[in-house]
Ligand binder design. Sequence first.
Ligand SMILES: Cc1cc2nc3c(=O)[nH]c(=O)nc-3n(C[C@H](O)[C@H](O)[C@H](O)COP(=O)(O)O)c2cc1C
Length: 156
Amino acid sequence: MKTAVLYTTTYGTTQRCAEALVAAIGQGSQSFDLKRYPEPNLQEFDAVIVGASVYVGKIQPAAEAYLKSHEDELLRKPLALFLCGMQEKEMSNQLQNNFSESLKKHAKPLVWLGGAYPLKKMSFMHKLMVKTIAKVTDEQEAIRWPELEQLANIFQ
Ligand SMILES: Cc1cc2nc3c(=O)[nH]c(=O)nc-3n(C[C@H](O)[C@H](O)[C@H](O)COP(=O)(O)O)c2cc1C
């Protein structure tokens, strides 16, 4: 299916996932960064995937705003939702809390794709938060590639 993969990212992990999905799905699929392109035209796409990353429990405001204002349009197409994040223990809560009931019901699947801590790219404040709260001192990557592949397969 020609799929639009809409995403928000802060340090590029969700973008990597979105681009990997587009490459795996093919068929003219395209990714759109919602911070740069807040109104991509979905008419020419058969299906939509929306992905965002989690910061202190919440997805980026651009993703939240998009999901809210385009809910009706998203409910009319095959849809998947994914989150990137590093707090695996909070995975279910974060998937539950960041999407409306209607979107969660419609989305197949609603999936966690893991994430990364690219410390070198992070702002001083974010680095400090990661080091003090998550006790992370080295760069880490934990993208769930098998789940990403499974997601792509659904849209092929
Ligand atoms: C300040 C800060 C807060 C974060 N808060 C959460 C969180 O609440 N839950 C979570 O699962 N991951 C959290 N993360 C991890 C990010 O979601 C992870 O780094 C993700 O891969 C970021 O993707 P992005 O580069 O596309 O924005 C946090 C990271 C930072 C730097």
